[in-house]
Design a protein around this ligand. Structure first.
Ligand SMILES: C[S@@+](CC[C@H](N)C(=O)[O-])C[C@H]1O[C@@H](n2cnc3c(N)ncnc32)[C@H](O)[C@@H]1O
Length: 299
């Protein structure tokens, strides 16, 4: 048992490359290739996840002016599914960056299969994005990933250095409610952070300040929590189903490979994903985990 909140964090914590290295394949198998949430319209009744996801992508692409951009940056592109989605719909050069070699392995496979001349991927830490040796971009998108960064304010300042004046940046991130109680923090948020390798979530107000300090003007801000709620339920149901499946030889082989690559913690990290799904749903149901859309323009 964990004695204190700090112990709980230490007990679950691993660096983000290891977390995604040990768990990415599980998500590709059970969740899908886009590691972000689908936005539902009120009238959808949560029936068609793929259709909602497609509409979500169209909204994001339009928001950054993707069709007319010349160079698009996807920050924390994961397995590159959305970078490829964009590259198929624009003549702009699309660059996806991510810190995880395991995630990028999926991106490179995708690139080989799709043969898109305007799509590239680079392994890079967003905390050092200012050092990225690339011409400036006129549009950028950053989905479901900024929460993993240790210093989101510094990262936004770095991102600003890679963008032209007037460039649009769409940040969609998991934020925390403004004032959770100490008990909510201990019982819901801390375990959620720990199981998912998140240092801490930012508040909406915190992001507003960070945008300003980094030289961005926020054009649109929308709390999408209610419209994405069924995604957390989907994750929880998927986790329950995965738990009930018999262990296959393929799964054991995957675990063995991950143990060699990431050490014995790989098994625990994979198991932690069940708890992560439970705590994400509970934190969202409690109104503590907010899913927030910020569209900003570099001044
Ligand atoms: C939940 S996934 C989202 C992936 C992708 N944006 C998507 O929506 O499918 C979070 C991603 O953030 C990446 N990430 C976390 N910290 C990072 C950092 N410091 N630099 C670059 N990528 C990072 C992880 O490797 C992972 O691929």
């Amino acid at each position: 048992m964990f004695e204190t909140m700090q112990d709980r964090r230490r007990g679950c914590r691993a660096d983000v490359r290891t977390v995604f290295g040990a768990t990415a394949d599980l998500y590709y198998e059970h969740w899908g290739e886009f590691f972000h949430l689908a936005i539902f319209e009120q009238e959808d009744g949560c029936v068609d996840w793929d259709a909602a996801l497609e509409r979500t992508h169209q909204r994001y692409f339009q928001a950054i002016g993707g069709a007319h951009a010349r160079r698009i940056l996807e920050l924390a592109c994961g397995g590159g599914a959305f970078s490829a989605w964009m590259a198929e719909r624009t003549s702009a050069d699309v660059l996806g960056v991510d810190i995880s070699d395991a995630q990028l392995a999926h991106a490179y496979k995708r690139l080989k299969k799709k043969q898109l001349a305007n799509l590239r991927f680079i392994e890079h830490d967003i905390m050092h994005i200012a050092e990225l040796d690339e011409a400036p971009f006129d549009a950028a998108v950053w989905l479901d990933a900024a929460c993993y960064l240790p210093d989101k304010h510094a990262a936004l300042k770095g991102v600003a250095t890679r963008l032209h004046k007037g460039a649009r940046l769409l940040l969609v991130d998991w934020c925390r409610a403004k004032r959770p109680t100490a008990l909510q923090e201990e019982m819901l948020l801390e375990p959620f952070y720990g199981y998912w390798g998140i240092p801490a979530m930012e508040t909406v107000g915190g992001y507003e300040q960070a945008f300003k300090a980094a030289g961005f003007r926020v054009l649109e801000l929308e709390d999408l929590s209610e419209r994405v709620a069924s995604n957390w339920e989907r994750g929880y149901q998927i986790a329950l189903k995965a738990l009930a499946e018999p262990t296959t030889v393929e799964r054991l082989a995957e675990v063995a490979v991950n143990t060699i690559k990431y050490g014995r913690q790989a098994v625990q990290l994979a198991k932690n994903q069940f708890n992560a799904a439970m705590f994400a749903k509970a934190a969202a149901d409690a109104g503590l985990l907010r899913y927030v859309y910020f569209l900003a323009e570099k001044e």
